[in-house]
Design a protein around this ligand. Sequence first.
Ligand code: N01
Length: 568
Amino acid sequence: MPGDDSCNIDDRHLFRATMATTNSNSGDFDAIIVGAGFAGLYMLHRLRKMGMSVQVFEAGSGVGGTWYWNRYPGARCDAESLVYSYSFDEDLEQEWEWTERYATQGEILKYAEHVAERFDLNRDIEFNARVTAAHFDSEQKRWGVSTDQGHQVTGRYCIMATGCLSTPQVPQIAGLAQFQGPTYYASQWPHDDPDFAGRTVGIVGTGSSAIQAIPVIADKAKHLTVFQRTANFSVPAYNQDLDPEFVKDFKAHYPEHRVKHRLGLVSSFGGLELPEAQQGVAAMSADDYTEEEMQLILEDYWQVGGARFLSAFGDVIMDKRTNRIVAEFVHNKIRSIVKDPEVAELLCPKTHPIGTKRICVDSDYYATFNRDNVTLVDVRSSPIKTITATGLDTESASYSFDDLVLATGFDAMTGTLLKMDIRGADGTRLADKWYAGPKAYLGLVSAGFPNLFLITGPGSPSVLSNMLVSIEQHVDWLCDLFEHMAQQNQAVVDAEPEAEERWINHVNEVAHSTLYPEGGSWYLGANIPGKPRVFMPYAAGVGAYREICDKVAYEGYSGFSFPEATQA
Ligand code: N01
C-alpha cells in the first residue's frame, strides 16, 4: 500500500514552525482543517506530505462528508463512479474497483474510508467534534478554532473543507414538531435504515434526493404520498454493473481522461465526460440544427442517460430557444412514461428553464407514479398549511401517514460557513461581511480573513462541476501557494479587496449571461427564506477557472497580499 513514503524531503523542511500537541483538547498546528469529506481528506494528505502538523475536526463519527450523512434509500452519486474519484494517486485509481456505473452512497463511503486508511489519515482527525468558532488573532497571526466538544486549538492556516450541501434546510412548515410518527431528514438519515414495509409514508420535496428515494420507498411502503411544490427535470441513469472490459480500457487511459476533466476539454464543462461519439456534437449550438435534427440528437443523449443529457447542445443554458426545445423533449418523455395525463402534467417542470436547477438523475422516477400505491399531491396550487399529529393538511385536504420524510434540501454553499462564528483580522464576522451575499476572491479567500481558505467555496465552479475535480484543483493550488509562502518567508496571505470585488463582478457577469438566474434554485439561495439572491458558483467552467487560477499563481499570486513575514 502506498502511504506517505513518497513525501518530498525538501518539502518537509519548509514547514517547521509549529510543534503540534495532539491527543488533547488544545494544541498549535500548522493547519486546521474543518471537515473530513473528500476535500478535508485530500487536504490533510497533501499538507502532511509537505511536513505540516495538521488537525482535522469532523462533526460526524466517520469520514466521507456528504456520503457519511446522506444515507437515504436510493442515494447514489449522479456523476459516474470512474470519474467521481480521486486522481492524485495512480495505485489508488488502478486498484479501487467500482462495481456500478453510478456508485451507491454505501460504496462511495467505503471508498472514502479506504482512502483514510490507506493514507493513514484517521490519526489526525478528531471525530464527533463540530467547529463552532474560528477567530483570527491579528497579533499572533494565528487562527483560534473551538469545537462543541471543548477543543481550543490554534493554527496558522484554517481550511474550510465543509462541503457545499452540509447544512440541511429545516422547512418552515407550521406544526413540524406535532407529528407523532418518525420524521426522517434525507440528509441525516439514520444509520439503521428504517423498514417501510407495510407502512404509509409521506415525503415532502421533489429535488435530487427525493427523486432517488421515491422509487425505492414506493417499492417497500404500503403507500407513499409525494408532496410536490416544484416539479423537477430528471434524466434516466440507466445504472448498470460496470463491464470489466470497459473498466480495463478506461483505467488504461486514466491519465488522458483526467487531463480532459481538469481542463474542461470534454464538452461538458463541469468535468464530467461524454462518450467519444458525442463529444463533437455537444460543442455545437442548437442553431446548427433543425428542430427535427435536435429531437434525434436529444433522443441519443436520453438513451445514454445521465446528467450529460444537458450537454447535447452547448447553448442550452444560454439560449432560450434551445432551452425550450430541450425542456419540451423531457416533457414529452414524461408524458410518454406516466399513464395518468393529469399526473404527467403535474410532473412536467414549467417553472424554470431546464438546467437552471440542478438536473436530477433517476432510476424509474417518473414510472413510479404509475404505481397504485403512490399518490402525487400538488402543494403549489394548494400549499401545505400545517403538519398534524398524523400527517399534514394542505389548504384543500388532509393526508395521514405513519412516517414523514423531509427531502427539503440545504442551506447550500454558505449555510455551514455562516453557522460558525468566523471572525477576521479586525474582528469582523464573516456573516456580517457576507450579509448581501458571499464574497471571496476566486471563491478561495475572503478579504479581511487572512489565511482562511474555502475549498470549493462560492465564486468557484464548485457545485456546477464534478466535485472531485474541483476539490483536487483547489487543494493542489493551495499547496503551491503554501510552498510559495514558505519559500518567500511569508506567514500571512489575504485577498486584496479590489481583486475580490472585480472577481465577484466577473462571477455575476458570467452568471447573468446565462439563464441560471431564472432558476429560483439553491444555487441562488432562493430556497432559503431571507437568504440574499446571489448566484454563488462560477459558471464559466472548470477549464476557464483553472486557467485563471494558474495565471494568478504565475503572476506571483496577483490579487493577493502578503502582509507579514514569518515570525518563527
Ligand atoms: O434538495 P433540493 P435535494 N414545502 O433543494 C422542497 C445534491 N444531491 O436534497 O423547489 C414544500 O433540490 C423543494 O421545493 P421547491 C444535488 O446537487 C446530489 O433534493 O423549493 N416543499 C424541493 O422540491 C442537489 O441539487 C445527489 O419548491 C418544500 C425539495 O424540497 C442538491 O443536493 C443526490 C419545502 C428540495 O430539493 C439538493 O438536492 C441528492 C416546503 N416548505 C442531492 N421546502 C446526487 O449526487 C423545500 N421543499 C445524486
